[in-house]
Design a protein around this ligand. Sequence first.
Ligand SMILES: Nc1ncnc2c1ncn2[C@@H]1O[C@H](COP(=O)(O)OP(=O)(O)O)[C@@H](O)[C@H]1O
Ligand SMILES: [Mg+2]
Length: 413
Amino acid sequence: MARPAIAIALPEDERQYVVDVLREAEYEPVVVTCPDDLGALLASRHDVAVAILDGESDFDESLEYYGLLHEPGRDIPALMIVSPRTLDRLAGAAGRAGAHDEYFTRPYSPEALRWRVEAMMIRQMAIDDGSGAVLQNGPLSAGDWSRRGTFLAVFNPKGGVGKTTIAVNLAASLVAMGRTVLLVDADTVTGHIASSLGMSSVRTLVDSLAETREGGPDAAIETLEELVASHPSGLKVLVLSSSPLKTENIDSAAVAEAIDRARRSFDVIVVDLHPDYDTLNRAVFSRADRILVPVTPDVPALRAAVQLRDVAAELGFRDKLALVINRANSGVSVADMERTVGMSSFAEIRSAGLYLVRAANQGRSVIDLFPNEKVSEDFRALAERVVGRPRAKETSRASIRSLFGRKVPARAG
Ligand SMILES: Nc1ncnc2c1ncn2[C@@H]1O[C@H](COP(=O)(O)OP(=O)(O)O)[C@@H](O)[C@H]1O
Ligand SMILES: [Mg+2]
């Protein structure tokens, strides 16, 4: 089936990249250079699915475009490209745009824009337009625990936002709460979980697979449980590879399946990922129950989360995403970040640079070394949120939140 047409009303220097990437995605991009162009296009054909508008340069013209898209009997979603500053202002005037319209901030990559368009298409086709609850908030029942562990991935396509920090300390919190936890370092490029926890020469899954191959058909295949290394805290760690050069033979689907099977042996599996959309990560996304998305209060990290949200919508796992606001107490309000990303905050972790460095120097988690620090409380709150707790615990989350907002004075202890 032919893919729909997309009207593009963008400045000349920007237009061609967008046309190219959309054509590659097999849409039919149609450039319009003035409102009359768009009017003629909409009058002559009915398969225009989205219009990409410039929300920045000529406001009156944008309004005219917008009016045409939303004439009576017509409701074509607009994707408005704006600057982050404009987006901020628009967020304040929420509710002005139509239900299906979206914003996208400059600078952007055409590829990211393409994913956003894909996501808009999916929303149009779906009966539920995606404006409902984003998170699966229901706590797991006790019965689920005994049968099947929870599979969590930690991912944001941007590096340095705290994926590894959150994966390690979430896992440590869960261990401290008495859960059996498998922490998987699936960052085959820059992963360093084992060394940061002071565990040297850990056998990796890739090593094991290679030896099995060399040993011929009779070689014993190690189980995942045999491969995992134990940290003194009780945490079990599985490292996929010690070198990015060794991963070419890795069978992503099989690896994800093996991790999935570890649900039978562990209460919780926490998988730390490399920031990319490669096959391994996609296989993990499809098996995970929930994907924690750390973001820091900066534009690149937020933009990466928005992109992930759109990719997730396209690939059908958006309802697994849970936003974790890292360095949450650094001046940008949580509400602003929620609005920018378009997801509500699942948990917040404050800045704790010094404690993190000191813990890493000793090969420990912050939870082990500084259990009484506020940041450890944050990690525990995340852990409780993840495994589900009686409703009463929600109050403590609310109070942590108000502490960040500095509405109530911190209590001693
Ligand atoms: N809440 C925090 N407070 C202070 N520093 C943090 C915090 N979270 C992460 N960091 C630091 O930021 C850097 C990047 O974190 P890391 O977890 O490695 O990110 P990623 O895995 O996303 O690349 C590390 O030096 C880490 O210690
Ligand atoms: Mg990392």
